[in-house]
Design a protein around this ligand. Structure first.
Ligand code: HEM
Length: 347
C-alpha cells in the first residue's frame, strides 16, 4: 500500500502517472465506442468489416515498409555483438554460439535469441544502497515474464486459427487439448489465458514499481501493455463469462479471409470490442516498438558471423582512393629533406 502511495505521489511530480492513465483511458474509450458500435446495426459493418480490412492493409503495408527500410540500410562494417572468444589460434577454444564463425553458429545464436531470449537471460539490476554502495545483481524475472508472455501469445494466436480455417488443422486441436491439460471447469481453463494475463500484469507493475523503469517509460510503453491486456481480457470474458456465439464468429472470420464478409446477428458487442482492439494493435504494430518482432531478424549486430580474422570485409561502396605513399612523398621532397639534414629511407 505504501508502495502504491509512493508511486502515485512521485508520479504526480512527473508525467509518468499521466502517461499510464492516458493510455488506459484511450483503450477504454476505444472499447466503449466499439461496444456501442457493436449494438447499432449500421455501425457493425464498420467495426466488423471495414476497420479489420483497413487495419490489416495498414499492418501489411507498414511492416513491408519497415522491413524494406531495414533491408536497404547499409551495413558497411562488421558490427556484431559478441561476448565470447572469436575463433583464432588452434589452441584457444572458440565460443561457437557467442562468437559464431559461420552460418550454422549464427543460426543457432538467432534461434536461441528468438525462441529463448538468450540475451535477456543475462539481464541484471542495479541498486543504490546505504553507504552509498552501488550493487549489481542478477534479475531473471524480466526474462521469465517476457518469455511467458510471448510464448502464451504465440499459442493463443495459433489456437485462433480454428476461427479462420475449416476444417480445423489437427495441430490446432492438439494445442488446445494441451493448453487445457488441467481440465478445470467448463469451458476448460486454458493455461495460456492465465499466463498471458499474469505476465502482462507483471510487465505493467514493473513499469509502475521500479523507479528507474518508471522514469524511462513513455505513454507508448503503457499503451502497448494496456492494449494487449484489453485484447486478452475481452477474449477471456467471451470464453468464460459472456459466451460468444462461436458459429457466428467463425462465419464472420472465414467471410473476412475469403473476401465475402457477413456479420451474423448472433455476434455480440463484446466480440466487436475484441476485434476493434485487435485492429488497433494491427495498425499500431508496424509503427511502434512492437515491430521488434520483425526487426530481430534483420539486426546486423546479431545476424552476422564473427569471421573478421578470416575474411576481409570490404565496404561495398568503397571507391578507389588516390593515395600518396610515403615513398612518393620522400621522392618529391628528397633534395629538401637531404638539405635539411633529415634522415631519408632511400639515400
Ligand atoms: C492479436 C490477436 C488476438 C489476441 C491476442 C487474442 C486473444 C484472445 C484471448 C487471450 C482469448 C481467451 C480465450 C483463448 O485463449 O482462446 C480470446 C478469445 C477469443 N477471441 Fe481472440 N485474440 C486475438 C484475435 C482475435 C481475432 C482476430 C478474432 C476474430 C475471429 C478473435 C476472436 C475470439 C473469440 C471469438 C474468442 C472467444 C473464444 C472462446 O469462446 O473459446 N480473436 N482471444
Amino acid at each position: 500500500m505504501r508502495c502504491w502511495k509512493g508511486f502515485i505521489q512521485k508520479s504526480r511530480d512527473g508525467d509518468e502517472f499521466l502517461n499510464a492513465l492516458s493510455s488506459l483511458i484511450l483503450i477504454l474509450v476505444v472499447a466503449g465506442f466499439s461496444f456501442a458500435g457493436g449494438q447499432i446495426s449500421s455501425s457493425r459493418v464498420f467495426f466488423g468489416v471495414i476497420l479489420p480490412y483497413a487495419a490489416m492493409a495498414a499492418f501489411l503495408a507498414g511492416l513491408t515498409y519497415r522491413v524494406l527500410q531495414w533491408a536497404r540500410a547499409p551495413v558497411p562494417f562488421h558490427i556484431l555483438t559478441t561476448c565470447g572468444q572469436q575463433k583464432s589460434l588452434a589452441w584457444i577454444k572458440p565460443n561457437r554460439i557467442e562468437s559464431p564463425q559461420g552460418k550454422l553458429g549464427v543460426a543457432a545464436r538467432m534461434a536461441l535469441e528468438i525462441l529463448l531470449f538468450r540475451s535477456l537471460f543475462r539481464n541484471s539490476r542495479s541498486e543504490l544502497r546505504e553507504g552509498p554502495r552501488l550493487l549489481y545483481a542478477e534479475d531473471k524475472w524480466l526474462w521469465l515474464g517476457a518469455l511467458a508472455f510471448h510464448w502464451s501469445l504465440l499459442v493463443i494466436l495459433l489456437r485462433h486459427l480454428r476461427f479462420f480455417v475449416a476444417p480445423v488443422p489437427r495441430f490446432v486441436l492438439g494445442l488446445e487439448a494441451l493448453d487445457g491439460f488441467f481440465q478445470i471447469g467448463a469451458p476448460q481453463l486454458l493455461v495460456t489465458d492465465v499466463v498471458v494475463v499474469v505476465a502482462l500484469l507483471y510487465l505493467l507493475q514493473r513499469r509502475f514499481m521500479d523507479p528507474k523503469v518508471r522514469y524511462v517509460s513513455l505513454m507508448s510503453d503503457y499503451f502497448a501493455l494496456f492494449l494487449l491486456l484489453g485484447i486478452a481480457v475481452t477474449g477471456i470474458l467471451m470464453r468464460y463469462f459472456f459466451k460468444a456465439d462461436l458459429e457466428g464468429v467463425k462465419q464472420l472470420a472465414i467471410g473476412l479471409v475469403t473476401f465475402s464478409p457477413t456479420i451474423p446477428a448472433s455476434v455480440g458487442p463484446l466480440f466487436f470490442v475484441h476485434l476493434t482492439l485487435v485492429s488497433v494493435l494491427l495498425v499500431y504494430f508496424p509503427f511502434s516498438k512492437l515491430v521488434h518482432m520483425g526487426g530481430i531478424f534483420l539486426s546486423p549486430t546479431r545476424n552476422l558471423a564473427n569471421n573478421s580474422r578470416m575474411v576481409r570485409h570490404v565496404n561495398p561502396w568503397n571507391y578507389p582512393v588516390k593515395v600518396h605513399t610515403y615513398q612518393e612523398w620522400e621522392e618529391e621532397f628528397h633534395d629538401k629533406i637531404k638539405a635539411a639534414g633529415l634522415p631519408l629511407e632511400r639515400e
